[in-house]
Design a protein around this ligand. Structure first.
Ligand code: NAD
Ligand code: 6OH
Length: 469
């Protein structure tokens, strides 16, 4: 399917647009339509109208049935979704088939399940009964990034619809394809017209920004860079539009000498290099206790050099950004223990946007390479002595999304984990997800939590009703 806007129950003919580039070989794969301000207006108006219609009156049970139909619809076109995600991102097929598309399906099923069993507290006193109902916010703008395109879009669309809202979604301009397929699935699932709308286009000065400034948008759910979050918040301030933000990270891993070293190495290879480091949860700072520093570093660097089946950076611009950090690290005094450059494959991938999985050492904590999010297949490994020192190093960051702790000492795990300034701490694992749990970051890594009831809370407003008795 060619990328197209989907507004008020219909796909619109693609107008002017921009090329869709294949990151594997740099070739042009198609055209993406760029939404005009009028297109964005039309999408928001359709969503506002749909709010007043059947969807606004649908019971939770009806909405759950619709969410299950959407999940079934994605499942029925599984291979098409996988192929589209692989084409847009260049990620290994196995990753899209094991993570991105199954999680998108699970996102809809999880919120169909979660709609039940949520009861608000009622308060009975001598003179009154107070109870609370939750009302949808209205029109929700969902703005999502390119790294896990369908997973992160549906992570917000599913709970927004579950809570009874209508949606205008804007996926990343570089990964429009699975969102377009999702619109087709919504259409076939016979969602009322205007409940789900999709516009394509850029962010600043384009569809993304216009959505966030739009007076008809009642809430903004955004995943992307922290700097973009700041810009959105400034624009959202105009209409006091509430925001939920999942932003960047500079995630630490703490490897204690008492860890299962093989497990810690394998886990850190996954956490640093899955999807070539282009996941907000990926580890970029590794701190290793002195007695096992050399053994860990040797095994991690060997593991990074042995990686073969990895995908490209999403774009030429992002490849250039990551490579500029590889060079900056060396200027800042780093030693490159693995990678550090551009791989030569001897095939069409040499026209694509690949960089080598890279392991660095030797940088001081105040180096820019240690402080700034790179979002590529790269981590820096530094030693520490004591538990307190490890925690201080982990927390010495403006970001606070996720952390991993590798130790076999149960007491240590429970002592250390709650002291780390991050929204998510994984002990002896990484990216093990239960969709009911709170997901999000502290400091510059986000505002609010999504997941389970946390998402349903953001996407709805409590209304207290007081009855005199
Ligand atoms: P990005 O911030 O550049 O873009 C994200 C989305 O915002 C895109 O759809 C883009 O078009 C839009 N956008 C850009 N500028 C905008 C503006 N001024 N107003 C409105 N919309 C605008 O991020 P990206 O490069 O697509 O994704 C990578 C970043 O996302 C990394 O920083 C990564 O850490 C972060 N991320 C965070 C999480 C998380 O859950 N915390 C998950 C994935 C990615
Ligand atoms: C960021 O790139 C990854 C985010 C993952 C999730 O939001 C999730 O729910 O697993």
């Amino acid at each position: 399917m060619h990328p197209a806007h989907y507004i008020d129950g219909g796909f619109t003919a693609a107008g002017d647009g921009f090329p869709l580039i294949d990151p594997v070989d740099g070739s042009v794969r198609g055209q993406v339509p760029e939404a005009s301000a009028e297109t964005v207006d039309a999408a928001v108006s359709a969503a506002a109208r749909a709010r007043q219609g059947a969807w606004g009156r649908a019971s939770a049970a009806d909405r759950a049935v619709a969410l299950r139909r959407i999940a079934d619809g994605i499942e029925a076109r599984f291979e098409e979704f996988v192929a589209a995600e692989v084409r847009d991102t260049g990620k290994p097929r196995a990753l899209a088939a094991a993570m991105d598309i199954p999680r998108a399906i699970a996102n809809f099923r999880a919120y169909a399940d979660l709609l039940y069993g949520r009861a608000e507290q009622a308060y009975l006193s001598a003179d009154a009964l107070n109870y609370t109902v939750r009302r949808p916010l209205g029109v929700v703008a969902v703005i999502s990034p390119w790294n896990l395109p369908l997973l992160l879009l549906t992570w917000k669309v599913a709970p927004a619809l579950a809570a009874g809202n209508t949606v205008v979604a804007k996926p990343s301009e570089v990964t429009p394809s699975t969102a377009t397929l999702l619109a087709a699935v919504m259409h076939d699932a016979e969602l009322p017209d205007g409940v789900f709308n999709l516009v394509h286009g850029h962010g600043a000065g384009a569809a993304g920004e216009w959505l966030t400034r739009h007076p008809g948008v009642d809430a903004i759910a955004f995943t992307g860079e922290s700097a973009t979050g700041s810009a959105i918040m400034r624009n959202a301030a105009e209409h006091v539009t509430p925001v939920s933000f999942e932003l960047g990270g500079k995630n630490p891993a703490l490897v204690f000498a008492d860890a299962d070293l093989d497990q810690a190495v394998a886990g850190t290879l996954r956490s640093a290099f899955t999807h070539s480091g282009q996941i907000c949860l990926c580890t970029e700072r590794v701190y290793v206790q002195q007695p096992v520093f050399d053994a860990f570093l040797g095994a991690l660097a060997a593991g990074a050099r042995a990686l073969k089946d990895y995908g490209p950076m999403i774009s030429a611009a992002h490849r250039d950004k990551v490579l500029s950090y590889y060079r900056l690290a060396v200027r800042e005094g780093a030693q490159t223990r693995a990678g550090g450059g551009v791989p030569a494959f001897g095939d069409q991938r040499d026209g694509g946007f690949y960089v080598e999985p890279t392991v660095l050492t030797g940088l001081p904590q105040d180096a820019r390479t240690i402080r700034e999010e790179i979002f590529g297949p790269v981590c820096h490994v530094a030693p520490f002595d004591t538990e307190d020192e490890a925690i201080a190093l982990a927390n010495d960051s403006r970001y606070g999304l996720a952390a991993t702790v590798w130790t076999r000492d149960v007491s240590r795990a429970h002592r250390v984990a709650p002291r780390i300034e991050a929204g998510i701490v994984w002990v002896n694992c990484w990216n093990l997800r239960d969709l009911r749990t709170p997901f999000g970051g502290v400091k510059a890594s986000g505002i609010g939590r999504e997941g389970g009831g946390h998402s349903l809370d953001f996407f709805s407003e409590p209304v207290n009703i007081c009855i005199q008795i």
